[in-house]
Write a protein that binds this ligand. Sequence first.
Ligand code: PMP
Length: 291
Amino acid sequence: MKIWMNDNLVDQADATVSVFDHGLLYGDGVFEGIRVYNGAIFQATAHLERLFLSAERIALTIGYTHDELIAAMDQAIAANGITTGYIRLVVTRGVGTLGLNPNHCPKSTTFIIADAIHLYTEEMYTNGINVITAKRLRTHPEMLPPRVKSLNYLNNILGKLEAIRGGGAEAIMSNSDGNVAEATCDNIFIVKDGAILTPPAEAGILLGITRQIALLIAQRLGYAAREENFTIDAVRNADEVFLTGTAAEIIAVVRLDDAPIGDGTVGPTTTALLSAFREFIDSDEEITYTE
Ligand code: PMP
């Protein structure tokens, strides 16, 4: 596999970062996960918008323009013969000293991995997944804004560990207000009495690109789809629940803590949205990332 790293395509074995890179030492950096469908980068502009906003919020200078990063991603895709796959674009603070001070890191490190992707199995898409209720709360926005897609994923990893220990494919994390925020690496939607709800930005979530598309296509299909807070009890009592994410796309949740949601099968709204999402991919329509 070839990795794009700081301007060059290098063999995977040579794609290494320094032990003094603050991305490694402190999780100091930002990233994006991006799909490739039919040889094209899906929602490249929206992902780059979010990447640059994330970087700005941690005062990190990205050493490339949007266009340069698109060209770099294209190179990484071509070098690995990827037509359908996944790109991981990472910008770290760069090599510095052992202290926290980011000003001692003169140049950010940028690398791009283009690879295949298999997050969930076909069976999980067909039959839906079981998720668990995480005890761990999602990071408070006043501490580290969850809308910053930073290399600090330990909060999410602690949630993921709960999922694994509890036999769930994902963990649903709430915030300190007692409302649901999101899953460890996906956004969450519930369907209740015909309405489609997803937590608002204020719930302390990553503003997912797939979430934005799901809201858009749901509204276009005529559903009452909106951002609104809800609790884990509303998830438990929903007619349908689904998760959205770049890697997950749209996946039905049919059990919470092993208890069925609705009738315990993939519901009609989720199925309709999934097929509309497929059409959206093929339409090549580009969204503008909005906060
Ligand atoms: N929330 C979190 C915490 C995430 O890491 C992700 C991305 N995997 C998402 C939501 C979904 O965002 P997107 O649709 O932009 O991939």
